[in-house]
Design a protein around this ligand. Structure first.
Ligand code: CA
Length: 220
C-alpha cells in the first residue's frame, strides 16, 4: 500500500512518514499543494493524507481538482484546531474523512486503515486463498493450512503485491514502486532478498521467477 502525505509542517510530515513506514506502508511526502496535486494525480496511491493550509494551493482546492479529474483515491484531510476546517466544505470537495490537529498517531493509523478497508471492501475481498495459502490483506495475516506464518510488515507488503495479482507476472520495479517510497535509492535487488525470505517462509515453489520479467505467485 502506497500513501502520499501532503503537509508543509516538515517535522510533522516526517514523523508521520516514519510511523506509517514502520506499519509497512510505502510513504511519499511533499510539502506544497501544487506538487501534491501533481503527485496524487499520477494515480498510483492507495490513500492521500492532505493538509488544508498549504503553500502553492490549499488542500480544499487540491481535493476538488483531484475529484474533478476523476481521481477516487481516499483522502484524509488534516486541519488545525482553530477551526480552519469547515467540515461541510471539506466533504463537499470530496474528502473521505478529516482529523483535527493535534491528533494522536494511533488515531491517524486507525483512520488510515479504516479508509483503506472501506475501499477494499467495496471492491475485492481482502482474503485471498491460493491452495493452502490464505492471505488476509485487511488483518495482515498469512496462513499456510492451519498455521499462521509470521511476516514482517515489509515482507507482507511484498507478498501482498504478488497476491493481489496472483497468476500474473509482477515486475521488480512494480514491487519496488508500491512497497518502497520514492526516496528509496538503494539497490533494487532488495526485492530479491525479500522474495527469497518469502520462499523460505512460505515454501519454495509458490513464487516463480519469470526470467527478465519478474515474479509470479502460482495460483494453485
Ligand atoms: Ca499547513
Amino acid at each position: 500500500m502506497r500513501l502520499l502525505i501532503v503537509e508543509d509542517e516538515k517535522r510533522l510530515a516526517l514523523s508521520l512518514a516514519k510511523g506509517l513506514t514502520a506499519e509497512g506502508f510505502a510513504v511519499d511526502v511533499v510539502h506544497d499543494g501544487r506538487e501534491g496535486l501533481h503527485q496524487a494525480g499520477e494515480g498510483s496511491y492507495d490513500l492521500v493524507i492532505l493538509d488544508i493550509m498549504l503553500p502553492g494551493m490549499n488542500g480544499y482546492r487540491v481535493c476538488a481538482a483531484l475529484r474533478a479529474a476523476g481521481q477516487d483515491v481516499p483522502i484524509l484531510m488534516l486541519t488545525a484546531k482553530d477551526g480552519e476546517y469547515d467540515e461541510a466544505e471539506g466533504l463537499d470537495t470530496g474528502a473521505d474523512d478529516y482529523l483535527t490537529k493535534p491528533f494522536s498517531y494511533v488515531v491517524l493509523v486507525a483512520r488510515v486503515k479504516a479508509l483503506l478497508r472501506r475501499r477494499g471492501s467495496a471492491g475485492a475481498s481482502p482474503v485471498h486463498v491460493l491452495g493452502e495459502l490464505k492471505v488476509d490483506t485487511a488483518a495482515q495475516q498469512v496462513f499456510r493450512g492451519e498455521d499462521e506464518i509470521s511476516l514482517t510488515a515489509k515482507e507482507f507488503a511484498v507478498l501482498e503485491q504478488l497476491v493481489v495479482r496472483a497468476g500474473e507476472v509482477v515486475s521488480k520495479a512494480q514491487i519496488l514502486e508500491h512497497v518502497w517510497d520514492f526516496a528509496y535509492d538503494g539497490d533494487p535487488n532488495i526485492v530479491e532478498v525479500y522474495i527469497s525470505t518469502l520462499r523460505r517462509k512460505l515454501g519454495a515453489s509458490l513464487i516463480r521467477t519469470v526470467r527478465g520479467a519478474g515474479y509470479r505467485l502460482e495460483a494453485r
